[in-house]
Ligand binder design. Structure first.
Ligand code: NCD
Ligand code: ZN
Length: 358
């Protein structure tokens, strides 16, 4: 990695091409609208399977992969890494097929009702013990949306409750299962991952590094800051920033960029999800710079995730320039509009080159 300072705060940052270990690319026109942003920045991305209908079989994942590849710009070398959506009835044989296919890199656990398109999710972890045992045997990673869904659990406590009631016992029961605790949001989750057994890691989003929950209520209710797990306290944000910039290989980049059409966000019952793919690596650069740790961005963005998934790091590099640009007020999104994070507001880092050789 190279940081070149050019006076008056201007600097360039060259890093190995990063990967996004958690993204929602959607399907159809929405897919076409957003995939280019991710493909410009990242070499690979773990593509979440919460479509309607959910991607529950190897065949469905294969067909979705072909649709993603068809939606990419002609010269793109971006590689989508597919995932299966775990349900109460996912069989060990389906896990075996997914593993044999080669293009499926993880299986996503959504507790039923936890988030967008999670109705088909797991209602009781005991229902998936056979599938998990097979994953453990094959070395297939389990990706976890770690929130309890019981109505009586406070929305801000759902992650913590999930650690005690589901995740900790699961890690004991399947001691060799590799697990990614997705989009962690609390100091508690940071501590849990830091001290967990080997084979446990976590992704961290840019919004959880840059904001606390005040952003949702700043001068009025702000639906574009509503995502799940919901933003937490400042004390949690600081723990996430410390973890991301700590140099620990257990924490790596996963944007959770989750596009929703404007009318479904700005709504009496607004959808959860923030769209950050248009500036993903730039936003992480802001966060790392705020902690004075730009020197650790490359490992977080380009090394630790690849290592955890057993994939090679990229030889190619990208360059970021410390130069302010303004995110557009909206992007076209099928028939409607997509309001990006930071719409109409400045972003401190800019992607200099779409592609460069090592
Ligand atoms: C995601 C989505 O919209 O698909 N929403 C979100 O708020 N993060 C689903 C998810 O990852 O929870
Ligand atoms: Zn997500």
């Amino acid at each position: 990695m190279a940081i070149h300072f050019q006076g008056f705060g201007m600097s360039r940052l060259s890093i190995q091409r990063p990967d996004d270990w958690h993204v929602h690319l959607r399907d159809g026109e929405a897919l076409k609208a957003v995939v280019g942003f991710t493909a410009q920045r990242f070499g690979r991305a773990i593509v979440m399977p919460n479509l309607k209908p959910a991607i529950t079989t190897t065949d469905m994942a294969g067909a979705y992969r072909r649709r993603i590849l068809a939606a990419l710009p002609a010269d793109s070398r971006f590689q989508p890494l597919l995932t299966l959506y775990l349900t109460d009835t996912t069989s060990a044989d389906e896990i075996e097929r997914a593993h044999a296919a080669g293009f499926i890199h993880g299986v996503k656990l959504y507790p039923a009702g936890a988030t967008t398109h999670s109705a088909a999710g797991v209602t009781d972890i005991r229902h998936v013990h056979d599938a998990l045992a097979r994953m453990e045997k094959l070395g297939m990673r389990l990706l976890v949306h770690g929130e309890s869904t019981q109505a009586e659990v406070d929305v801000f406590d759902r992650e913590s409750h999930f650690i005690d009631s589901v995740l900790a016992p699961l890690l004991d029961r399947f001691p060799a299962l590799k697990v990614v605790f997705e989009h962690i949001t609390t100091r508690r989750a940071v501590e849990f991952v830091r001290t967990a057994r080997a084979g446990v890691a976590a992704t961290i989003t840019p919004q959880h590094l840059l904001h606390n929950r005040n952003a949702i209520f700043n001068g009025g209710i702000k639906p574009h800051f509503y995502c799940l797990p919901i933003l937490k306290r400042e004390h949690d944000r600081q723990a996430l920033l410390e973890a991301a910039t700590s140099g620990s290989p257990r924490f790596f980049l996963g944007t959770d960029s989750a596009p929703h059409e404007q009318a479904t966000k700005e709504n009496a019952c607004g959808c959860a999800g923030m769209f950050t793919a248009h500036a993903a690596i730039e936003l992480y650069a802001e966060a790392f710079e705020s902690a004075g740790r730009l020197d650790r961005l490359e490992a977080f963005a380009s090394h630790f995730g690849a290592d955890f998934y057993g994939l090679p790091r990229h030889a190619e590099r990208i360059t970021l320039v410390k130069e302010t640009w303004t995110a557009p007020p909206q992007y076209a999104f099928g028939q409607g509009a997509l309001i990006p994070y930071r719409a109409g507001e400045p972003i401190a880092w800019r992607l200099a080159q779409m592609r460069s050789r090592a």
